[in-house]
Design a protein around this ligand. Structure first.
Ligand SMILES: [Zn+2]
Length: 289
Protein backbone atom coordinates (compact mmCIF):
# COMPACT_ATOMS: atom_id res chain seq x y z
CA UNK A 1 0.00 0.00 0.00
CA UNK A 2 2.87 2.35 0.80
CA UNK A 3 4.25 1.77 -2.70
CA UNK A 4 0.88 2.74 -4.21
CA UNK A 5 0.86 5.86 -2.03
CA UNK A 6 4.35 6.76 -3.22
CA UNK A 7 3.22 6.39 -6.85
CA UNK A 8 0.17 8.57 -6.15
CA UNK A 9 2.39 11.23 -4.54
CA UNK A 10 4.47 11.30 -7.74
CA UNK A 11 1.44 11.27 -10.04
CA UNK A 12 -0.17 14.33 -8.55
CA UNK A 13 2.78 16.41 -9.71
CA UNK A 14 1.35 15.88 -13.20
CA UNK A 15 -1.28 18.40 -12.10
CA UNK A 16 1.40 21.05 -12.69
CA UNK A 17 0.94 20.53 -16.44
CA UNK A 18 -2.47 22.15 -15.91
CA UNK A 19 -0.62 25.39 -15.05
CA UNK A 20 0.98 25.34 -18.52
CA UNK A 21 -2.55 24.88 -19.94
CA UNK A 22 -3.70 27.99 -18.07
CA UNK A 23 -0.69 30.09 -19.12
CA UNK A 24 -0.95 29.12 -22.79
CA UNK A 25 -4.76 28.72 -22.88
CA UNK A 26 -4.65 25.07 -23.95
CA UNK A 27 -7.86 23.46 -22.69
CA UNK A 28 -6.83 19.81 -22.83
CA UNK A 29 -3.69 20.55 -20.80
CA UNK A 30 -5.92 22.04 -18.10
CA UNK A 31 -7.39 18.53 -17.66
CA UNK A 32 -4.11 17.64 -15.93
CA UNK A 33 -5.40 19.62 -12.92
CA UNK A 34 -7.49 16.49 -12.24
CA UNK A 35 -4.31 14.78 -11.03
CA UNK A 36 -4.42 17.08 -7.99
CA UNK A 37 -7.55 15.14 -6.90
CA UNK A 38 -5.23 12.23 -6.10
CA UNK A 39 -4.39 14.21 -2.97
CA UNK A 40 -7.67 12.91 -1.53
CA UNK A 41 -6.68 9.28 -2.26
CA UNK A 42 -3.40 10.04 -0.50
CA UNK A 43 -5.37 11.36 2.52
CA UNK A 44 -7.49 8.19 2.65
CA UNK A 45 -4.42 5.95 2.65
CA UNK A 46 -2.80 8.08 5.39
CA UNK A 47 -6.02 7.83 7.38
CA UNK A 48 -5.84 4.03 7.05
CA UNK A 49 -2.30 4.09 8.43
CA UNK A 50 -3.42 6.21 11.36
CA UNK A 51 -6.18 3.71 12.20
CA UNK A 52 -3.71 0.84 12.02
CA UNK A 53 -0.71 2.37 13.80
CA UNK A 54 -1.64 5.57 15.60
CA UNK A 55 -4.19 7.82 17.23
CA UNK A 56 -6.93 9.48 15.21
CA UNK A 57 -6.17 12.93 16.59
CA UNK A 58 -2.77 12.64 14.93
CA UNK A 59 -4.69 12.80 11.68
CA UNK A 60 -4.78 16.57 12.20
CA UNK A 61 -1.00 16.51 11.80
CA UNK A 62 -1.52 14.73 8.47
CA UNK A 63 -3.76 17.58 7.31
CA UNK A 64 -1.05 20.11 8.23
CA UNK A 65 1.32 17.88 6.31
CA UNK A 66 -0.98 18.04 3.32
CA UNK A 67 -1.04 21.84 3.57
CA UNK A 68 2.74 21.76 3.52
CA UNK A 69 2.69 19.64 0.36
CA UNK A 70 0.43 22.23 -1.26
CA UNK A 71 2.90 24.97 -0.23
CA UNK A 72 5.72 22.94 -1.78
CA UNK A 73 3.70 22.68 -4.98
CA UNK A 74 3.03 26.43 -5.12
CA UNK A 75 6.64 27.21 -4.13
CA UNK A 76 7.91 24.99 -6.94
CA UNK A 77 5.92 26.95 -9.52
CA UNK A 78 7.02 30.32 -8.08
CA UNK A 79 10.71 29.32 -8.09
CA UNK A 80 10.49 28.17 -11.72
CA UNK A 81 8.82 31.42 -12.78
CA UNK A 82 11.25 33.62 -10.79
CA UNK A 83 14.21 31.92 -12.48
CA UNK A 84 12.62 32.10 -15.94
CA UNK A 85 12.66 28.27 -16.00
CA UNK A 86 16.51 28.33 -15.85
CA UNK A 87 17.34 27.04 -12.41
CA UNK A 88 20.85 27.19 -10.95
CA UNK A 89 22.93 24.15 -11.81
CA UNK A 90 26.44 22.99 -11.13
CA UNK A 91 27.71 24.36 -14.47
CA UNK A 92 26.14 27.81 -14.26
CA UNK A 93 26.13 28.56 -10.55
CA UNK A 94 29.26 30.20 -9.11
CA UNK A 95 29.38 29.26 -5.44
CA UNK A 96 29.93 32.15 -3.02
CA UNK A 97 30.55 29.87 -0.05
CA UNK A 98 32.70 26.78 0.44
CA UNK A 99 31.15 24.29 2.81
CA UNK A 100 32.41 21.80 5.34
CA UNK A 101 30.37 18.72 6.12
CA UNK A 102 27.85 19.14 8.96
CA UNK A 103 29.24 16.25 11.09
CA UNK A 104 32.37 14.78 12.65
CA UNK A 105 33.95 11.58 11.35
CA UNK A 106 33.06 9.41 8.33
CA UNK A 107 29.44 9.44 7.17
CA UNK A 108 27.72 8.12 4.09
CA UNK A 109 25.80 10.18 1.52
CA UNK A 110 22.45 8.37 1.48
CA UNK A 111 20.69 10.71 -0.95
CA UNK A 112 21.89 13.59 -3.06
CA UNK A 113 24.09 14.66 -5.93
CA UNK A 114 24.37 17.44 -8.46
CA UNK A 115 22.71 15.64 -11.37
CA UNK A 116 19.20 14.36 -11.93
CA UNK A 117 20.22 10.73 -11.48
CA UNK A 118 21.62 11.22 -7.98
CA UNK A 119 19.56 14.20 -6.84
CA UNK A 120 17.86 14.09 -3.43
CA UNK A 121 14.64 15.11 -5.25
CA UNK A 122 15.14 16.71 -8.65
CA UNK A 123 11.46 17.61 -9.14
CA UNK A 124 11.24 19.44 -5.80
CA UNK A 125 13.44 22.36 -6.70
CA UNK A 126 13.70 23.63 -3.11
CA UNK A 127 15.45 20.35 -2.27
CA UNK A 128 17.07 19.52 -5.61
CA UNK A 129 20.66 19.77 -4.28
CA UNK A 130 19.96 18.58 -0.72
CA UNK A 131 21.92 15.77 0.91
CA UNK A 132 20.97 13.12 3.46
CA UNK A 133 23.76 11.67 5.54
CA UNK A 134 24.01 8.90 8.10
CA UNK A 135 26.74 6.86 9.72
CA UNK A 136 27.32 3.31 8.70
CA UNK A 137 29.29 0.54 10.40
CA UNK A 138 29.69 -2.98 8.97
CA UNK A 139 27.22 -2.10 6.23
CA UNK A 140 24.43 -1.05 8.59
CA UNK A 141 23.25 2.26 9.99
CA UNK A 142 22.15 0.75 13.33
CA UNK A 143 22.93 -1.82 15.94
CA UNK A 144 20.39 -4.08 17.67
CA UNK A 145 17.10 -4.41 15.84
CA UNK A 146 16.90 -0.78 14.74
CA UNK A 147 13.45 -0.22 16.20
CA UNK A 148 14.59 2.62 18.46
CA UNK A 149 16.20 5.90 17.36
CA UNK A 150 18.98 5.26 19.89
CA UNK A 151 20.01 2.14 17.92
CA UNK A 152 21.24 4.34 15.08
CA UNK A 153 24.93 5.25 14.97
CA UNK A 154 24.28 8.84 13.91
CA UNK A 155 21.60 9.55 16.52
CA UNK A 156 22.54 12.30 18.98
CA UNK A 157 25.82 12.95 17.15
CA UNK A 158 26.91 16.61 17.00
CA UNK A 159 25.74 18.64 14.00
CA UNK A 160 28.13 21.36 12.80
CA UNK A 161 27.78 24.69 11.03
CA UNK A 162 28.97 24.19 7.44
CA UNK A 163 30.45 27.70 7.14
CA UNK A 164 30.67 30.98 9.06
CA UNK A 165 27.33 32.74 9.34
CA UNK A 166 24.45 34.06 11.42
CA UNK A 167 21.59 31.97 12.76
CA UNK A 168 18.37 33.16 11.12
CA UNK A 169 15.76 30.66 12.25
CA UNK A 170 15.40 27.70 14.58
CA UNK A 171 12.45 25.34 15.00
CA UNK A 172 12.59 23.30 18.19
CA UNK A 173 9.17 21.79 18.62
CA UNK A 174 8.90 18.17 17.51
CA UNK A 175 9.68 14.88 19.22
CA UNK A 176 11.51 12.21 17.23
CA UNK A 177 9.42 10.32 14.69
CA UNK A 178 9.06 6.65 15.58
CA UNK A 179 11.07 4.24 13.42
CA UNK A 180 8.66 1.71 11.93
CA UNK A 181 11.05 0.13 9.45
CA UNK A 182 11.07 -0.67 5.72
CA UNK A 183 11.75 3.01 4.96
CA UNK A 184 8.16 3.88 5.89
CA UNK A 185 7.43 7.07 7.81
CA UNK A 186 4.66 7.71 10.31
CA UNK A 187 5.34 11.38 10.88
CA UNK A 188 3.49 13.16 13.70
CA UNK A 189 5.19 16.49 13.03
CA UNK A 190 3.32 19.08 10.99
CA UNK A 191 6.56 20.14 9.30
CA UNK A 192 8.46 17.75 7.01
CA UNK A 193 11.71 19.25 8.29
CA UNK A 194 10.92 18.51 11.93
CA UNK A 195 13.31 20.59 14.06
CA UNK A 196 15.63 22.62 11.85
CA UNK A 197 18.07 25.50 11.72
CA UNK A 198 18.63 28.11 9.00
CA UNK A 199 21.96 29.95 8.89
CA UNK A 200 22.86 32.78 6.52
CA UNK A 201 26.41 32.61 5.14
CA UNK A 202 26.33 35.30 2.44
CA UNK A 203 23.71 37.22 0.52
CA UNK A 204 21.38 34.65 -1.06
CA UNK A 205 23.25 31.75 0.56
CA UNK A 206 21.54 29.99 3.47
CA UNK A 207 22.13 26.53 4.89
CA UNK A 208 19.21 24.54 6.25
CA UNK A 209 19.75 21.43 8.37
CA UNK A 210 16.71 19.36 9.29
CA UNK A 211 15.43 16.41 11.42
CA UNK A 212 17.37 17.64 14.47
CA UNK A 213 16.87 16.35 17.98
CA UNK A 214 14.50 18.38 20.13
CA UNK A 215 16.17 20.61 22.76
CA UNK A 216 19.62 19.86 21.36
CA UNK A 217 20.29 23.34 19.96
CA UNK A 218 23.33 25.08 21.43
CA UNK A 219 22.91 28.33 19.49
CA UNK A 220 20.05 30.79 19.17
CA UNK A 221 18.67 33.15 16.54
CA UNK A 222 21.06 36.05 15.72
CA UNK A 223 24.10 34.16 17.07
CA UNK A 224 27.23 34.27 14.95
CA UNK A 225 28.59 30.82 14.19
CA UNK A 226 31.86 29.65 12.70
CA UNK A 227 32.47 26.73 10.34
CA UNK A 228 32.68 23.49 12.29
CA UNK A 229 30.96 24.86 15.41
CA UNK A 230 28.53 22.44 17.08
CA UNK A 231 25.01 23.82 16.65
CA UNK A 232 22.69 20.91 17.56
CA UNK A 233 22.43 17.11 17.53
CA UNK A 234 21.22 14.60 14.97
CA UNK A 235 17.67 13.38 15.51
CA UNK A 236 14.71 11.89 13.72
CA UNK A 237 12.11 14.67 13.86
CA UNK A 238 9.83 15.36 10.88
CA UNK A 239 9.43 13.25 7.77
CA UNK A 240 12.29 10.88 8.43
CA UNK A 241 12.34 7.08 8.28
CA UNK A 242 15.46 6.84 10.45
CA UNK A 243 17.87 9.29 12.12
CA UNK A 244 19.96 11.22 9.59
CA UNK A 245 21.10 14.73 8.73
CA UNK A 246 19.32 16.56 5.91
CA UNK A 247 21.48 19.44 4.69
CA UNK A 248 20.94 21.87 1.86
CA UNK A 249 22.05 25.28 0.65
CA UNK A 250 19.18 27.50 -0.48
CA UNK A 251 19.03 30.97 -2.03
CA UNK A 252 16.66 32.46 0.57
CA UNK A 253 15.59 31.83 4.13
CA UNK A 254 12.14 30.58 3.13
CA UNK A 255 12.23 26.85 2.47
CA UNK A 256 9.20 26.80 0.18
CA UNK A 257 10.10 29.69 -2.07
CA UNK A 258 13.88 29.32 -2.39
CA UNK A 259 15.68 27.27 -5.02
CA UNK A 260 18.28 24.97 -3.56
CA UNK A 261 21.81 25.59 -4.81
CA UNK A 262 24.58 23.14 -5.76
CA UNK A 263 26.87 22.74 -2.76
CA UNK A 264 30.60 23.41 -3.19
CA UNK A 265 32.50 21.45 -0.55
CA UNK A 266 36.03 22.26 0.49
CA UNK A 267 38.50 20.70 2.89
CA UNK A 268 36.75 17.33 2.78
CA UNK A 269 37.94 13.78 2.11
CA UNK A 270 35.83 11.59 -0.18
CA UNK A 271 36.79 7.97 0.37
CA UNK A 272 34.84 6.70 -2.65
CA UNK A 273 35.18 9.31 -5.37
CA UNK A 274 38.60 10.90 -5.17
CA UNK A 275 38.40 12.68 -8.54
CA UNK A 276 36.04 15.49 -7.59
CA UNK A 277 36.83 16.84 -4.15
CA UNK A 278 34.22 19.58 -4.30
CA UNK A 279 31.05 17.70 -5.16
CA UNK A 280 29.68 14.56 -3.55
CA UNK A 281 26.96 12.10 -4.43
CA UNK A 282 24.89 9.20 -3.18
CA UNK A 283 27.07 6.30 -1.97
CA UNK A 284 30.13 8.43 -1.15
CA UNK A 285 31.78 8.07 2.26
CA UNK A 286 32.96 11.50 3.34
CA UNK A 287 34.55 13.34 6.23
CA UNK A 288 36.01 16.74 6.99
CA UNK A 289 39.74 17.07 6.44
ZN1 LIG B 1 16.48 14.73 2.98
Amino acid sequence: MKKIQNIIKKLYWLGLIGVIGTVFHVTYLKLFYLFFLLVFVDICISLGYRMKYGKMNEYVADLKFLWQNIMILIGNICIYIRHGFHLPNVQTYSPKVSCHLPFQGKWMVVNGGTDQQHSHSWGLVMQRYAYDFYRIENGKSYQGNGSNVCDYYCYDQPVLAVADGIVIEIKNKFEDTKVIGESEVLCDASDVRGNYIVIQHASHVFSMIAHLKKDSFCVKVNDKVTAGQIIARCGNSGNSSEPHIHFQIQEGKNFYFSASLPVYFDEIINHINRNDMHHIKEGDIVENR
